[in-house]
Design a protein around this ligand. Structure first.
Ligand code: IPE
Ligand code: IPE
Ligand code: MG
Length: 253
């Protein structure tokens, strides 16, 4: 049985987020420039999106560029921005044909203008699609996002007693999406690197040594299967969770 067939479709996470890491090391392993790894990472993006669609994941968030990534050498940053524009333009028909709705989160106003323009165009062009949502985190960091939300809440004159979890979440750039249930990071690094800090409060974390350019559909399914083997307790006991599974209505009451 293939990995995809082993997935329990009734328990597929609605939202999977990925920290796509290891492009530089992948290129270095082959004696190539780092950007060679970034270009090959596009194939992995296609694979992840395809796998998400086939397994019934509704939202796929990809960490593509962090606010800290501006600190890389200028040639690498320029090459990454170029790759971004070319990929968005080049993949638009494919997104369209596959019912993919594109979104972007992050400090988008500080991206190069051609990036902003093509991104906006692709977002508008795909806005009618409903099969799967692809969310690109660009010039994103969780601390930027949280600070931004706090400023908006204060500027609106919100009273302290009205600040709730829900109100706060509604001011994040992910307000329209459910929280990710599964966070994948490739390349063997086991850290969050300023990604979705609020939203992953109860996400399952999955780390794989696979470098991002080598990531394929089966790597995505392996992560989903691992996710499905875990018991998500949300602060309760294992016995309570077992009872709820056997008595779905009583458990939820
Ligand atoms: C991830 O790969 C891509 C981005 C951060 C844009 P890296 O470029 O971080 O690759 P490594 O971690 O140096 O191998
Ligand atoms: C995180 O990867 C950011 C992206 C994947 C876009 P990094 O490679 O920049 O993270 P650190 O610096 O190793 O933590
Ligand atoms: Mg890295």
């Amino acid at each position: 049985m293939s990995l995809l067939e082993q997935i329990d479709k009734s328990r597929t996470p609605r939202h999977v987020a990925i920290i796509m890491d290891g492009n530089g090391r992948w290129a270095k392993n082959q004696g190539k420039e780092r950007i060679f790894g970034h270009s090959h990472g596009v194939e992995a993006v296609r694979a992840a999106l395809k796998a998400a669609t086939k397994s019934g994941v509704e939202y796929l968030t990809l960490y593509a560029f962090s606010t800290e990534n501006w600190n890389r050498p200028k040639e690498e940053v320029d090459a990454l921005m170029n790759l971004l524009v070319h990929t968005i333009v080049g993949e638009l028909d494919e997104l369209d044909e596959n019912g993919v709705r594109l979104h972007a989160i992050g400090d988008l106003n500080n991206l190069p203008t051609d990036c902003q323009r093509e991104l906006q165009r692709a977002i508008e062009h795909t806005s009618g699609h409903t099969r799967v949502n692809l969310i690109l985190a660009l010039n994103y960091s969780a601390r930027w996002e949280i600070t931004h939300a706090v400023k908006a809440i204060i500027s609106a004159g919100t009273r302290a007693e009205d600040v709730t979890d829900d109100l706060f979440a509604a001011h994040l750039s992910t307000a329209a999406f459910p929280d990710p249930e599964l966070l994948i990071r490739t390349s063997g690094e086991e850290r969050i690197s300023n990604f979705l800090l609020w939203q992953i409060a109860y996400a399952e974390l999955y780390f794989t040594k696979t470098l991002w350019p080598d990531f394929r559909e089966d790597d995505f399914y392996a992560a989903l299967l691992d996710f499905q083997s875990r018991e998500r307790r949300f602060g309760k006991t294992s016995e309570q969770i077992a009872f709820e599974i056997q008595n779905p209505i009583a458990g939820n009451a």
